[in-house]
Design a protein around this ligand. Structure first.
Ligand SMILES: *Cc1c(COP(=O)(O)O)cnc(C)c1O
Length: 377
């Protein structure tokens, strides 16, 4: 049996263990320390725009803290892109608030501006209150239509939480993803473009907001020699060990972006001309890190479905995955409000994520291509 080709596996650059060794040498084996500060500085320098970054235990924790900092409470409504990973929406539930899901547009597969307006107006009409926040997601590294989304958010005066978990290294008209909203969130989970084995970050506009996030992330300790608390706290800070991995990974982030974009170019060049295969290009002015390469399979033209393709590659020991199943179709969210038609649902039906690791070799790519071509014939 050929070795397994993964959808997206961790890819170490070689400098990570040096930072971890240093943490051990200095006994900074704790959820604070020089690597945490250093990783935050590295991220801040990378994304620019004079932001302030709090390193956390997960991207999910970052979304949760963003909601808390925006004052989202029980019974509130929060708009969220439907086509996404459940981690975008779950923190809304942690706060006892109601997600309101919005369909995608076809250019970037992200939150649709016209459906967003419908969702805001609809929520005001149906529930008599304005949504407290809008969560937009840069799926697979492709930035959402930030100009339009931000204009709508501004018009209605609703803050945007930018879920850039998949989009570190992407930019919208030259401005880095993670810096486009009121708060930005990043993830360093094992399958992301860089990983700390698990981790995330909250990107803030001011140092004060960052310090507030760190306060919540470290059990909301008041200023006192003893343990004193006036607010509910969380254990969400990143550890100095995992931050060491992050510091090493920052050194290879740009080369990971290049490698992932190379995967996409390879798939598009090798398959884009075949009947029923569709690849989605970047809109003007937008740069995607191509975290995952995705393809749409139109079965009536291709002669097979995306599921046929997925199973054929599975037989070859090659991992692929359908696109995110929209949240409004998930059993847990079935009673939530939804605005849109069937764009996200269609994408889910016909879309497939192809192996996209920055560590794929030419040989791996050839094996994947051969596996796909067997089905095409
Ligand atoms: C990975 C991911 C998250 C969550 O990040 P974790 O670090 O795994 O908690 C959130 N949103 C999206 C879109 C993601 O892909």
């Amino acid at each position: 049996m050929n070795s397994k080709i993964w959808l997206s596996s961790p890819h170490m650059g070689g400098h990570e263990q040096k930072f971890i060794q240093q943490a051990f040498d200095e006994n900074w084996v704790a959820p604070l320390g020089p690597n945490v500060n250093g990783f935050e500085e590295d991220l801040k320098d990378y994304i620019k725009e004079d932001k302030h970054v709090a390193a956390l235990s997960a991207g999910t924790a970052a979304i949760h803290l963003a909601l808390i900092m925006l004052g989202v409470k029980q019974g509130d409504f929060v708009i969220c892109q439907s086509m996404t990973f459940s981690a975008s929406a779950n923190p809304i539930m942690y706060q006892g608030a109601h997600p309101v899901f919005v369909d995608s547009e076809t250019r970037t597969w992200n939150i649709c501006p016209t459906d967003l307006i419908d969702a805001i107006e609809g929520t005001i009409k149906k529930h008599g209150v304005k949504p407290k926040a809008i969560i937009g997601v840069h799926l697979y590294g492709m930035p959402y239509l930030a100009d339009e989304i931000n204009a709508i958010a501004k018009k209605y005066d609703i803050p945007v939480i930018e879920d850039a978990a998949e989009a570190l290294g992407s930019n919208f008209k030259g401005q880095n993803c993670g810096t486009l909203g009121k708060y930005g969130i990043l993830s360093f989970n094992g399958n992301k473009i860089i990983t700390t084995s698990g981790g995330g970050a909250l990107v803030c506009n001011t140092e004060k907001e960052k310090q507030r996030a760190v306060f919540f992330a470290t059990q909301s300790r008041d200023q006192a020699p003893h343990y004193q608390h006036s607010e509910v706290g969380y254990n969400y800070r990143m550890s100095n060990i995992t931050a060491g991995i992050g510091r090493g990974q920052m050194m290879v982030l740009d080369s990971h972006v290049q490698a992932r974009r190379k995967n996409y170019d390879f798939y598009k060049e090798s398959l884009g001309h075949l009947p029923g295969f569709e690849f989605v290009d970047e809109p003007e002015g937008v740069f995607s890190n191509r975290w995952l390469s995705t393809v749409l399979i139109h079965p009536e033209k291709a002669g097979f479905t995306r599921e046929d393709l997925r199973l054929a590659l599975e037989k070859e020991n090659i991992e692929t995955r359908p696109l995110w199943k929209p949240m409004h179709l998930q059993p847990i969210f079935k009673d939530c409000d939804y605005y849109g038609i069937d764009v996200a649902e269609n994408l889910f039906e016909i879309g497939l994520c192809l192996p996209s690791g920055s560590n794929l070799t030419d040989q791996d790519r050839q094996r994947i291509l051969n596996g796909i071509l067997k089905l095409v014939k």
